[in-house]
Design a protein around this ligand. Structure first.
Ligand code: NDP
Length: 335
């Protein structure tokens, strides 16, 4: 059973050397009488929050990975053996698994049966999995979008961002996205239907870029990056604007968080800022799944993935998120 372990705690940007591919020889099996489920992993998800679990730190909401042990992650898997009445050999599932070929899932409450195997299975690590639920619940529950709203999304071509933009278009909003390359900006405008987009790395001043894109100001900012982009967005919010703080990827490799200077705009413009975590919404998964499957089948939503082949690619794929190497949802196909 090949697996990727965390070799040492990470400070600064992660490197491939922080992780190691090892082969475990012990035979995996469901212990007699247990309700565990053994799965063969098909797709593994690379997500920015995993970096937060690589630090030796005291953040209770992101418990650190255990040194020398396999790195856990979301994935799409096939059940090989089951001690749990809800699962049987051959079932396709998605949920919490680990960066290895086979995983013994001791808490089957963290996996869901795949209801629509007619769609690409990899979708259950992206648009129909955790990132999809994040985009959907963040956009519709944390902010309250309505037709005609001016919406801004950062890291807009990524796993979450590309969906927020498309959901905003379906709602009848005007949507602008930021991304870190011209290729991504082009995708936002041509493939994902954003009204406008800009390459934040080429902008001299983010405030000016947002003023150019939003002459009337921003009603909703879906923040995936934090720091300078959040600061510039605050300056450009409209009265009673709403900010959903989904993620702050610009901060995850820093030892000390960097500041937001324009926070007083929250008062003067009566802006509502709310952070959220997708774990709060897993109870709504089936409802989300049916709605998103409908959008996918009707062609209202398209989803772009970046698939690396082979378990040995996990470290590079994960690290690539922090350099913007992924174009779309980063996955690793394992089997
Ligand atoms: P993406 O697929 O968007 O990949 C990460 C992208 O972030 C990169 O491709 C890069 O795109 C951009 N990026 C990297 N470093 C920086 C930086 N310093 N400044 C600005 N942009 C940067 O990831 P996801 O869609 O999976 O995640 C997006 C955000 O959502 C993350 O912050 C993540 O932590 C958060 N999240 C939060 C959840 C929650 O429960 N609240 C759940 C899931 C995700 P580019 O080339 O455009 O710079």
């Amino acid at each position: 059973n090949k697996r990727v372990i965390l070799k040492r705690h990470v400070t600064g940007f992660p490197t491939e050397d922080d992780m190691e591919l090892v082969t475990a020889t012990a035979r995996l099996a469901v212990p007699p009488g247990s309700a565990a489920v053994m799965v063969k992993n098909l797709y593994l998800s690379c997500d920015p929050y995993m970096r937060r679990r690589m630090t030796k730190h005291q953040e209770p909401s992101y418990p650190e990975f255990v040194l020398g042990e396999v790195i856990t992650t979301f994935g799409v898997s096939k059940v090989v053996e089951s001690g749990h009445p809800d699962f049987k050999a051959g079932d396709l599932v998605w949920g919490m698994t680990a960066c290895e070929e086979y995983t013994l899932i001791t808490k089957p409450a963290s996996i869901f049966k795949i209801n629509h195997p007619e769609l690409p299975l990899s979708y259950y690590a992206g648009v129909l999995g955790m990132p999809g639920l994040t985009a959907f619940s963040g956009f519709f529950n944390v902010t309250k979008p309505k037709k005609g709203d001016y919406v801004f999304v950062s890291a807009a071509s990524g796993a979450v961002g590309q969906l927020v933009g498309q959901l905003a278009k379906i709602t009848g909003c005007y949507v602008v996205g930021s991304a870190g390359s011209d290729e991504k900006v082009n995708l936002l405008k041509t493939k994902f239907g954003f009204d406008d987009a800009f390459n934040y790395k080429k902008e001299h001043d983010l405030n000016t870029a947002l003023k150019r894109c939003f002459q009337q100001g921003i009603d909703i900012y879906f923040d995936n990056v934090g720091d300078e982009m959040l600061d510039a967005a605050l300056l450009n919010m409209r009265l009673h604007g709403q900010v959903a703080v989904c993620g702050m990827i610009s901060q995850y490799n820093l030892e000390r968080p960097e500041g937001v200077r324009n926070l007083a705009c929250v008062i003067t413009k009566r802006i509502r800022i709310e952070g959220f975590r997708v774990i709060e919404y897993f109870g709504t998964y089936r409802k989300f799944e049916e709605e998103m499957v409908g959008h996918l089948k009707e062609g209202n939503i398209t989803y772009m993935e970046d698939v690396a082949e082979g378990i040995e690619k996990v470290p590079a794929a994960l690290i690539g998120l922090f350099y913007g190497r992924n174009i779309g949802k980063q996955l690793v196909a394992v089997a």
